[in-house]
Design a protein around this ligand. Structure first.
Ligand code: ASP
Length: 463
């Protein structure tokens, strides 16, 4: 059966009105414009909404020090609009993950080929994630952003974001030991895991457990294909429907992404970025270098695509990742981009991208390493070489375990901090900038998945 069409009409396809071809603006340009409008209006609203210091208007001010009217627009207009866009995508993530992975295994067919594919995916994930964390840690050691934050600002931030920090801390405390994490990869009750994978209420490993179930389900189908013809078309139907709903959601993407970034920037503004300037610069430098140096090098060595071709093809998924801060929500776009723009083989890209949305998070791994070292510097805790190596390994594992949702890495960061005796409440220091940096690291997470899919595909077609 043929691959489901992502969008009824190609975005760049010409429309013919009274004999005149009218070129439509490509979707990625529309999303980019939406993002820029959202950022500019959000920052402007934050500026206008700030009541000048020294003037007392307690009745009109909310906890962020913003005028109520700005908060009203964010709470009642842009936040719900952004959530509608996100939910249109989230609602089909589970059927998509389940059907895409099971179908990929069915199409790959041969367990040995699947094993090779899995091993290559793991190898590239390890290369990209470890180089990301090492790069991040080298930058923190060189720039030392933690020593540049005054004790006064540190205490003020911990106080301002204490409520958010307490919520993250509570989640982190319920984190399980590694042994249980491994056992829970195999779900006892797959349906329960599916329900809990998105809202975080799962008892096991959520999305990872759903993936393992889908892989086993697909592998089992390959052993009795004659009996499963109906089941296979049922899976193809789910997959096609998920892609159609995503196609509808993507029509809202320029507006939805604008609303999401407006809400974040209107509430947080620019000032917090200045207070944490060195930390923000360190994270952005790490993410930027990984994007423009590591990825092109890996693509040049391990694939037959030039970095320019790759980035031209990947840009739509990168923009959606920036707007949504969620690898899971961007998964359908990444799958579509891999098939139509990068022209990767369907069964390989489906497999690698679906596993990668949760398992390969280079930007998040880099961020987790940087935050732990930054916090150690802020609290004056000396981490020697062997402890830094531990941070690298744990950040890579934490990157694999992080849910592909906005802020998914925060509870894991607290777990890492506690391993090194850094107070968990310290997470409050970075919560204010986390959402903005989340947009950037998610771009890396999604781009990294596409890099792995490209390299694995090149390797497959050579053999
Ligand atoms: N938002 C990230 C993602 O979805 C996860 C994280 O780093 O918080 O990929």
């Amino acid at each position: 059966m043929s691959a489901p069409e992502f969008n009824a009409k190609s975005d760049a396809a010409p429309d013919f009105t009274e004999g005149q071809p009218v070129r439509r603006m490509p979707l990625h340009n529309k999303i980019l414009i939406g993002l820029l409008i959202g950022i500019v209006l959000g920052l402007a609203a934050n500026r206008v909404g700030q009541v000048p210091k020294g003037i007392d208007h307690p009745a009109d001010l909310n906890a962020n020090g913003l005028h109520d009217s700005v908060e009203w627009v964010a709470t009642n207009l842009t936040e719900p609009a952004g959530k509608i866009f996100l939910r249109l995508m989230f609602m089909v993530v589970l059927p998509l993950v389940f059907s895409a992975l099971a179908l990929a295994v069915v199409e790959i067919g041969d367990v040995r080929r699947l094993g090779k594919l899995g091993a290559r995916t793991l190898l590239f994930t390890a290369i990209l994630s470890s180089s990301a964390v090492v790069l991040g840690i080298a930058l923190v050691d060189t720039i030392k952003p933690g020593t540049k934050l005054s004790a006064e600002n540190r205490d003020a931030l911990v106080k301002q974001f204490a409520t958010g920090a307490a919520a993250v801390d509570k989640n982190a405390k319920s984190a399980k030991p590694l042994r249980d994490l491994l056992v829970d990869m195999l779900p006892e009750n797959p349906l329960q895991e599916m329900v809990g994978a998105i809202d975080g209420s799962s008892k096991g490993n959520g999305m990872l457990a759903v993936m393992v179930f889908s892989l086993i389900f697909g592998a089992a189908i390959t052993t009795v294909p004659g009996k499963c013809a109906v089941l296979i078309s049922w899976l193809e139907g789910w997959n096609a429907i998920a892609m159609v709903v995503i196609g509808w959601a993507m029509r809202l993407a320029p507006f939805g992404a604008a609303c999401l970034v407006f809400t974040v920037t209107a509430r947080l503004g620019f000032d917090i970025l200045v207070t944490l300037l060195w930390f923000v610069l360190t994270v952005l430098a790490g993410l930027g270098l990984h994007l423009v140096v590591t990825y092109p090098v890996v693509l040049t060595v391990f694939s037959r695509m030039t970095p320019a071709q790759f980035f031209r093809g990947a840009k739509e998924a990168m923009l959606v990742a920036f707007g949504t801060s969620s690898s899971n929500a961007t998964l359908p776009t990444a799958i579509k981009v891999a098939e139509t723009d990068l022209r990767l083989p369907k069964e390989i890209s489906r497999f690698v991208l679906t596993v990668g949305a949760t398992g390969n998070q280079n930007g998040t791994a880099l961020y987790e390493g940087v935050v732990v070292l930054f916090m150690a510097q802020v609290f004056g805790i000396e981490l020697g070489l062997s402890q830094q190596i531990q941070v690298v390994l744990m950040s890579i594992l934490a990157g694999i375990g992080t849910a592909g949702v906005p802020g998914g890495s925060l509870p894991l960061i607290v777990v890492l901090m506690m391993q090194f005796d850094i107070p968990g409440a310290g997470i409050g220091i970075i919560i204010g900038v986390d959402r903005l940096l989340d947009m950037c690291r998610t771009v890396l997470n999604v781009t990294g998945d596409l890099v792995v899919a490209t390299c694995v595909s090149s390797g497959e077609s050579k053999t």
